[in-house]
Design a protein around this ligand. Structure first.
Ligand code: ZN
Length: 218
């Protein structure tokens, strides 16, 4: 069966190839030769109702030490790099249990919560934040180009966006990869995809910290 080539969800070019297809006509994933993004075919997306149901099963309890430990690298990055005095941050994609915001608030940071399902407040279009954190969120973006452009505009000059996601590395078997098997994970980034974002969306810096932390500097 002929399949129509998809435009990339990030760079919008038509240089995508079929990357992986689950057997029995299940999900299809495309890979982009330009920016390196791998993305689920939009026709395989869950409905918004099913997607929300899935997030409710995550059950991120702010007092759970395991969850606090999981977000420690994001929290530490902010503590070490952003002065808490009069700074205002945004937790973009805060989810059901906003543990990062809770931990940063204890340190004196002011932080707004945004989540399309759980904290759908209207971000002022001219809001200017000193930092943004986005922990295990960017892999859920249906429109990554739009989302990253929006986030860039919300940052003050020099302000960071601290992103936690599991990047796709060439050594990974995509077919069995746990990260792919989450049906709400619809875009996967290679390390060079963040370079593409930096170069093409006008960020000043990109740095990787450890395996999963990527920091874009405005
Ligand atoms: Zn692309």
């Amino acid at each position: 069966m002929e399949m129509e080539i998809m435009d990339c969800r990030l760079c919008a070019q038509k240089n995508t190839k079929l990357f992986f297809q689950q057997p029995h006509g299940l999900n299809i994933y495309w890979g982009c030769d330009i920016c390196g993004l791998i993305f689920m075919d939009p026709k395989n997306y869950l409905s918004p109702e099913k997607e929300k149901e899935h997030y409710l099963t995550h059950n991120n309890d702010v007092n759970d030490p395991r969850y606090q430990n999981f977000v420690a690298d994001v929290v530490d990055y902010v503590k070490q790099n952003v002065s808490h005095k009069e700074s205002r941050g945004l937790d973009y994609g805060a989810g059901t249990g906003p543990v990062i915001s809770e931990l940063l608030a204890r340190e004196g940071y002011q932080i707004d919560l945004y989540d399309p399902f759980f904290y759908p407040f209207k971000i002022e279009p001219d809001a200017q934040y000193d930092f943004v954190v986005s922990c295990e969120v960017v892999e859920h973006f249906h429109k990554p180009l739009l989302e990253f452009s929006k986030l860039k505009n919300l940052l003050k000059t020099g302000a960071p966006i601290v992103i936690k996601t599991q990047p796709y590395e060439i050594s990974v078997d995509f077919s069995t990869w746990y990260y792919r098997r989450d049906p709400t994970h619809v875009v996967f980034y290679r390390p060079q995809t963040f370079e593409w974002i930096k170069e093409n969306l006008g960020f000043q810096k990109i740095a990787r910290h450890g395996e999963r932390l990527f920091v874009l500097g405005n």
